[in-house]
Design a protein. Sequence first.
Length: 221
Amino acid sequence: MRKSNPLLADDLRKFWKKVQKGSLLGNMLIKRYYKSTRWIKNPGREQARKKFAHLLKLFEKYGDKYGFDALALAAQGYQESELNQQRKSHRGAVGIMQLLPSTAADKNVGIRDISTEENNIHAGAKYMAFLRDRYFSDPAIKPDDRMAFAWAAYNAGPAKVRKMRAKAKAMGLNPNVWFGNVEIAAGKIVGRETVRYVANIYKYYAAYKLLVELHPDKSIL
């Protein structure tokens, strides 16, 4: 931070005291997200960074087309496949965005060949836009939560997310907010997979934002 910004420095010091290891909140966060890191990787390591740089223009192209932050789409791609177009799942999902060919070919997406990086990213972004706009267009849902719900639906299906939101409401939680609300209901309906899926993407998103901020001259590209 700038030396000429002592107020920000003071605020950060106060915040750090609340979340450092040993504090109540800090211990809760460490236990929740960092006690076991076997399920989260580092998107900033050299090989992963090269893949990110190689694909960033495609994420920007289709992020602009469908109204998404390119780095958020890239984070989703990293969660799905570590940005590996050759990745195939046992369920038949393929490519960077790990879509089923049948999902990509459906009328709501309409991209039949997702064997190339560009078509795969295009199909993933278009399907995300379909989920967001079809199921989470209520103006009471803030943009960040629309994104989180779309990610959850991408992972678990929109019908499951509908059940999660209904469960959250029945539990006295806010059905329009993912973190600390619907994610709690999600854990009761589908277990930890979808909760971790969304949380991981947010971590990778933060890592990519930091990576770009550290290279304002675009030397990463």
